[in-house]
Write a protein that binds this ligand. Structure first.
Ligand code: ADP
Ligand code: GLC
Length: 500
């Protein structure tokens, strides 16, 4: 059933699953516009024209060519379709900036591209021009929805345009913060190249503590700010979690809210997942046991159905708290547990996990790397999925865990707190429990949760009940897509706000 009229929204972002992905941002950027399309919104997407997207785009039409902008030489705006994707996509074809393969932010040496400020300023500038500058004569968005620091200058260019033109803006902006830790920080000397009015170089603009911070600019000028869970929206107002930006967020607190992400329930569906050994659903959990056995064999773990198997699929960074899990590993193994981890990131963490696997053959399996299909097999075959993050704006892998009946074991912060119901006594009694949560980022607290999980593991009826409750959760994008649509409508109905 389609509802919501034909509200026009443009998402501007730097990643798109499956072709350009460094984390959950890519999944959200790909899935949210489709869910919005499904409820009747007229959604489109604006992305940098990286080679992977430039080569994949079909029926591409040139919408406009702009003269040299941001030192990028020729800039062509293309509109076309990405394979199997129902939403029209605009690509910024600026080879000087974007014809670089691999990670969208890092060069071959692993350090940031030196011109990242200009590359992603161009993304925000084109988004604003599509809304207010008439770049596409056949379409312009009413809502500009920018994601993370990469697109955070979108509301800044919109504000600059409005101030320059002296007219009321037709469009409204939403900035979604997927992770406040990444702020797009650059030396102030770079301001001159950004084509923004001089006053924006100061504290009332995009400067913060002596640097340019793109995200701070977006937070100042966006009409609405969202984060990817209500708990994270509250946490970032505090010095502990505000990553220095809490004063700016407190200033904008009236405009800030949290909406929990969904997951793509087509890609993540245990009943029809081509990557896993045997499909299953909540009524046919024998398939899950077969997946576990196949996984143990694939990973070189002891093929023991009685051993509870904990998986982790994660970036290996301090955020994710996987050092805490290393600290609790001894306890878990002493209880007879197994661990299978897939991840890549910090060299020190990679090395520490490799060493753990070497020290415990048959009990701990570690694969360093990035592998989508293996991630599916891990999540289908394991009994538990560990997400002990120090902070977590939303987190997607615990949602995959819910859908696959692989019980999440999480640190009770951010989106993890909002999506997992701890199996404490009352939750068990009331049949609300969906996993295990612990408080305080310590190995001891994590070990305590592992211990509780282990106790329930040896009570199969209780464990099955939690699995069924977990699998019955609505993890789809339907509800979040409607929440965003409500936010857009409220915003369009309100008079133009003054931000600063
Ligand atoms: P973040 O965006 O902070 O990394 P999320 O949980 O939101 O955390 O999203 C991470 C996404 O990346 C999930 O889709 C997860 O499955 C995927 N992922 C992370 N590491 C790997 C890996 N090594 N191999 C395959 N997929 C991975
Ligand atoms: C970020 C966050 C993660 C969130 C993802 C998608 O990368 O770290 O918690 O799930 O964005 O919103």
């Amino acid at each position: 059933m389609k509802a919501g009229g034909s509200l026009r929204v443009l998402h501007a972002a730097a990643e798109w699953f499956p072709l350009v992905k460094t984390g959950g941002l890519a999944d959200v950027v790909a899935a949210l516009p489709v869910a919005q399309h499904d409820i009747g919104l007229n959604a489109r997407l604006l992305l940098p024209g990286y080679p992977a997207l430039r080569e994949a785009i079909e029926s591409a039409r040139v919408i406009v060519q702009c003269g040299p902008a941001f030192g990028a030489g020729r800039v062509t705006l293309l509109r076309g379709r990405l394979p199997g994707y129902p939403i029209p996509v605009y690509l910024i074809d600026a080879p000087w900036f974007f014809a670089r393969r691999g990670n969208p932010y890092l060069g071959p040496s692993g350090s940031e591209w030196p011109d990242n400020a200009l590359r992603f300023a161009l993304l925000g500038w084109v988004a604003a021009q599509l809304a207010e500058g008439g770049l596409d004569p056949n379409w312009s968005p009413q809502i500009l929805h920018a994601h993370d620091w990469h697109a955070a200058l979108t509301p800044v260019y919109l504000a600059a345009h409005g101030a320059h033109a002296g007219t009321e803006r037709r469009s409204r902006s939403v900035l979604t913060v997927h992770n406040l830790a990444y702020q797009g920080r650059f030396p102030v000397e770079g301001f001159a190249g950004l084509q923004l009015p001089d006053w924006m170089s100061g504290p009332a603009g995009i400067e913060f503590h002596g640097d340019l911070r793109f995200l701070k600019g977006g937070l100042m000028f966006a009409d609405r700010i969202t984060t990817v869970s209500p708990t994270y929206a509250r946490e970032i107002l505090t010095p502990a979690e505000g990553q220095q930006l809490e004063p700016v967020l407190q200033h904008r607190a009236q405009a800030l809210s949290g909406i929990v992400n969904g997951i793509d329930t087509g890609v993540w569906n245990p009943a029809a997942d081509p990557a896993i050994a045997t499909p299953y659903d909540a009524q046919h959990l024998e398939g899950k046991s077969a997946c576990k056995q196949a996984l143990q064999v694939e990973c070189g773990l002891e093929a023991n159905p009685q051993a509870p198997l904990l998986t982790v699929v994660s970036r290996l960074t301090p955020q994710k708290g996987l050092d805490l899990l290393l600290g609790a590993l001894g306890n878990w193994l002493a209880l007879g547990g197994q661990v299978a981890l897939l991840g890549t990131g910090d060299a020190g963490l990679e090395q520490a996990w490799r060493a753990a696997a070497e020290a415990h053959p048959g009990r701990v399996a570690v694969r360093i790397g990035y592998d989508e299909a293996f991630a599916h097999r891990l999540i289908a075959g394991a009994d538990l999925i560990g997400v002990p993050s120090r902070f977590e704006p939303c987190g997607l892998t615990q949602l995959y865990g819910l859908r696959y009946g692989t019980l999440p074991l999480v640190h009770r912060v951010g989106g993890l707190a909002d999506t997992v119901v701890d199996a404490d006594e009352s939750a068990l009694r009331e049949d609300r429990a969906t996993g295990f949560a612990f408080d305080g980022a310590s190995s001891e607290a994590l070990a305590g949760a592992l211990h509780r999980a282990h106790t329930l593991w040896h009570q199969p009826p209780a464990w099955q009940q939690i699995i069924r409750r977990a699998m019955a959760q609505d993890t789809s994008w339907q509800a979040p897509a409607s929440r965003y649509a409500d936010l857009y409508r409220t915003l369009l109905a309100s008079p133009e706000a003054s931000h600063t």
